[in-house]
Design a protein around this ligand. Sequence first.
Ligand code: NAP
Length: 227
Amino acid sequence: MSDPILLTIAVLGGTGKEGKGLAYRWARAGYRVLIGSRTPPKAVDAAEELSMMLGGQSHIVGLGNFEAAEQADIVVLTVPYSAHRPTLESVNDVVQGKLLIDVTVPLVPPKVSKVQMPEAGSATQEARAILGKDVEICAAFQNISHQHLLGDDNVTCDVLVTGTSKDARAETIKLVEAAGLNGWDAGPIENSVVVEGLTSVLIGINKKYGSTHAGITITGVKKQATD
Ligand SMILES: NC(=O)c1ccc[n+]([C@@H]2O[C@H](COP(=O)([O-])OP(=O)(O)OC[C@H]3O[C@@H](n4cnc5c(N)ncnc54)[C@H](OP(=O)(O)O)[C@@H]3O)[C@@H](O)[C@H]2O)c1
């Protein structure tokens, strides 16, 4: 299913830092990418910017979040946690039967370096509760700073992928790899608690040690677990 020629990826909130970087990398890999926004002209501008960066050879279009989700095969959510529920509710009908990749971290300002998980366990589990069982949901990219994404540098950080099924995780790992990153099957959706929480730990490490893009790598395993 992950053939770039056949697949359209919507990035809701793709005008922002993390979403724009992911959109850039998937468009570079040959996927058709739809950037979603609350304000469609903002999405059009972002699409033009990325298209120019890629020499006009890519398929990137800017749309409203709803239209982007409606037209996509795979929907990626990259909005601040405060916008997580309303954005999901607004696209609920058009993501049924699709794969949703949730990048949201449930940060609660101002203490963003303290893990503060929601009652459902994680943002990804909240997404599951909102969208229901007909949507496959994975959590991914929570531990990848946007600073790695909007460019062509090799990224040495790994991506932990948790989600509702083995197939959904495998599909998501293909997109992680298409973005030029190393993905790991990190188990069921319940494990997204750890991955989302880890982001606050990395933010704290950034603050303490004067960095901006701390990440993680898995060591001690020779072969990537993709099944
Ligand atoms: N930045 C990173 O390095 C990073 C790394 C890992 C994970 N994440 C997670 O990824 C998500 C996005 O992060 P980001 O840094 O890309 O965020 P951002 O740039 O602040 O926002 C992303 C987009 O979300 C939309 N948005 C903002 N406020 C909204 C609201 N109240 N309601 C609906 N939409 C709203 C905006 O799009 P429109 O105005 O066009 O609608 C905005 O461009 C967050 O959950 C973050 O924790 C970020």
